[in-house]
Design a protein around this ligand. Structure first.
Ligand SMILES: *Cc1c(COP(=O)(O)O)cnc(C)c1O
Length: 369
């Protein structure tokens, strides 16, 4: 059997080890928030936003943001059908109703005209998820949010460092959320971030994230309201500080790997990889190959071929409307079609050129039948 090729894996250097060791050795008592505050400052300035709150996960950050914005029973929240469950679970937990809309064939993200068609008197928010590093059409979504007075939210968990006309993903809406799970572009093991330019949302999220204890509350053990417990630890934040110092290097490697796949597969007109429209930067979290419907290449064929080569390639997200807890079949949609003929390709920092070539040969062999 060939050596295994993982689909993602963090890049850990002496810097990460030094910061984590420092935090676990000294980051207690009066110093127990130092790396957390440092990470929040570093992250907000990287992104170009006013406020950032470190959290225990992206799911937690989204839950906090939606709760702070007052999303609840009777409210409808529009989201693309092709998504990981984390982007929708908090909507359901708050008692609101998710409304799934189709994606565009080229970006694999929200179709703005489908969004407009799904807006009702009960619609309160649009969650724009930037899938696999690709960007949603933010100008169009912003127009809709303004026109119908809706909250616009970005789940930028998969697009840290992607840019839309000079603005970073996650910084273009009422609030943005990020994930630092071990599979993501930068990691803290588990972890996330909430970002916003809105001071009221920021204060509210800060309070909710800490069991409802307001900043500056002098009374001990005194929650001002019922909140959540979604804080990041100082040790995780230390790892995050090191990763964020290296973010340009990490993203450059991600982009190089995607470019390499694009270059070597360019002559197959049946294959499309993550797009990068003019005026945007795709930070290439997850290189993904989508095969044309005519190619006859299926998810099952691809999985079989990659498994035989000991390569961990992952399937494209199942439509949320396909999952048992939602079960709203929509078989004619792009979301239902694309997941049958697509595959995520490995793309970790320390991958070698030979590894990339092995992945490419599996695709080439599959194309030859
Ligand atoms: C990974 C991911 C999440 C969940 O992140 P956690 O930190 O595991 O909660 C949410 N949204 C998207 C788009 C993701 O890719």
């Amino acid at each position: 059997m060939n050596n295994p090729i993982a689909y993602t894996k963090p890049s850990i250097t002496e810097l990460e080890i030094r910061y984590v060791t420092e935090a676990v050795t000294n980051g207690w008592g009066a110093s127990c928030y130092e790396y957390i505050e440092r990470l929040e400052h570093q992250f907000s300035s990287y992104l170009g936003v006013n406020y950032a709150v470190a959290t225990s996960s992206c799911t937690g950050a989204l839950h906090l943001g939606l709760a702070a914005a007052g999303i609840g029973p009777g409210d409808e929240v529009i989201i693309a059908d092709s998504n990981w469950i984390a982007s929708v679970a908090p909507v359901v937990h708050l008692g609101a109703t998710p409304v799934f809309v189709d994606i565009l064939e080229d970006s694999w993200c929200l179709d703005p005209s489908a969004v407009e068609g799904a807006i009702t008197a009960n619609t309160k928010a649009i969650i724009a998820v930037h899938l696999y590093g690709n960007l949603c059409q933010m100008s169009e979504l912003k127009l809709l949010a303004d026109k119908y007075n809706l909250l616009l939210i970005e789940d930028a968990a998969e697009a840290l460092g992607s840019e839309y006309h000079g603005k970073k993903a996650g910084s273009m809406s009422d609030f943005g959320v990020f994930s630092f799970h071990g599979t993501k572009t930068m990691t803290t093991g588990e972890g996330g971030m909430f970002v916003t330019n809105n001071s009221q949302l920021y204060e509210k999220v800060l309070t909710l994230s800490n069991h409802g204890r307001k900043r500056g509350q002098q009374k001990q053990f005194w929650p001002d309201e019922l909140g959540f417990k979604y804080k990041m630890s100082n040790i995780q934040a230390a790892l995050g500080c090191a990763q964020l110092e290296r973010i340009n290097e990490i993203i450059k490697r991600k982009r190089d790997i995607l470019h390499q796949y694009k270059k070597t597969l360019a002559h197959y007109s049946e294959i499309t990889l993550n797009p990068e429209p003019t005026g945007t930067v795709n930070s290439a979290w997850m290189p993904t190959a989508v095969f044309s419907a005519e190619s006859g290449i299926t998810r099952e064929k691809l999985q079989q071929a990659f498994t035989a080569e000991n390569i961990d390639a992952r399937v494209f997200f199942w439509p949320l409307s396909h999952l048992p807890m939602f079960a709203q079949p929509n078989e004619s949609s792009v979301s239902w079609s694309i997941c049958n003929r697509a595959i995520n390709l490995p793309s970790y920092f320390d991958m070698t050129e030979a590894d990339i070539q092995r992945v490419v040969s599996v695709i080439e062999r599959t194309m030859l039948g």
